[in-house]
Design a protein around this ligand. Structure first.
Ligand code: GLU
Length: 313
């Protein structure tokens, strides 16, 4: 991508963001909010936000870009970075690196594949990642480390866990408990399922604004001025996983329409990475049939078209 598209100036990018936000405000089709977590079901489909962080740390924003939302599965990118830092390639003995082609919370593949989840971004895989970083630690310590990592990446200490969202997910976590127990039956869970689930629902309940999330994603651009939290080789691998698996069974569609690595969450957020150029976050709570933000995907598609940013040339 680097040689094909010249870096764009903030002055050129800001009107693009403003235009996208104005267009999204007019869109009649806004998707459906996640209904299986009661606290998320109360959201409105009205908000839309987009923010873009540049390698020098400057953050451009449009729409509701300073409003906090539940990052949900976008947290899986940060826990993966921590787990790889801690375990390195050992992690891949317990979780795969292939797209799933199945819904985020599916149990089907786990049965066929002996309790080894397809990738770290489907729920089963994320539970294994959380279980791995829990080893020998208290949930409080792991969540503290996660918050420290995110705050450092975002250069912002005002990032917290929404306890009401965590409690709400915990109370309705039947499918995730089933996934965890199933993996325990296959010897792929080291901690009691309740401990891993309890940690997982809190990591998903981290609340950030688009401006904070875009800034926190900057380390994945590998840009010279950005924060160095993981090695360049690892950045490439995390981006590869985001591209192939970051939108569950909608990952191929996101790659086709947007052409950038991305990770979605059922809170309506998406984090996308334009390597060497920018980290982009969108938020709109209405989801499409695959559980990815409807307007967020549309906005990312328009941004990629207008900037020419794509990892495919
Ligand atoms: N906490 C959510 C769950 O496990 C995350 C799913 C998502 O954001 O895609 O169901």
């Amino acid at each position: 991508m680097g040689t094909l598209t010249p870096p764009l100036t903030p002055e050129a990018l800001q009107p693009v963001l403003d235009r996208i936000a104005a267009e999204m405000a007019q869109e009649p089709e806004r998707g459906q909010v996640a209904s299986y977590i009661p606290e998320l079901a109360r959201q409105s489909t009205t908000p839309f936000a987009i923010a873009l962080a540049l390698p020098d740390g400057q953050v451009l924003r449009a729409g509701d870009a300073d409003q906090g939302f539940s990052i949900q599965s976008i947290s899986k990118v940060f826990t993966l970075a921590i787990a790889l830092g801690r375990l390195g390639d050992q992690l891949w003995l317990r979780v795969g690196r292939e797209p799933s082609g199945h819904a985020f919370n599916s149990i089907l593949q786990l049965e066929h594949e002996n309790g080894i989840p397809r990738n770290p971004f489907v729920n089963a895989g994320a539970l294994v990642v959380t279980d791995a970083i829990l080893a020998g630690h208290q949930p409080r310590e792991v969540l503290g480390e996660l918050l420290r990592f995110i705050r450092l990446a975002a250069a912002d200490d005002d990032i917290h866990i929404n306890k009401a969202v965590a409690a709400s997910e915990q109370a309705t976590a039947h499918r995730n408990i089933a996934l965890a127990e199933f993996m325990a039956a296959h010897g792929n869970l080291r901690n009691p399922a309740a401990l891993t689930i309890g940690t997982y629902v809190h990591q998903c309940a981290v609340e950030m604004s688009c401006a904070q999330l875009a800034r926190a994603g900057l380390f994945l651009t590998g840009a010279p001025g950005g924060p160095r939290l993981v090695s360049p080789a690892r950045i490439r691998r995390i981006n590869a996983l985001m591209m192939m698996c970051g939108h569950y069974d909608g990952s191929g569609e996101f790659a086709y329409r947007v052409g950038l690595p991305g990770k979605s969450g059922v809170g309506g957020g998406i984090l996308a990475i334009a390597p060497g150029r920018a980290a982009i976050a969108t938020w709109s709570p209405g989801l499409n049939a695959r559980g990815n933000s409807h307007l967020g995907t549309l906005a990312m598609e328009r941004l990629a078209r207008e900037t020419g940013w794509s990892v495919f040339g």
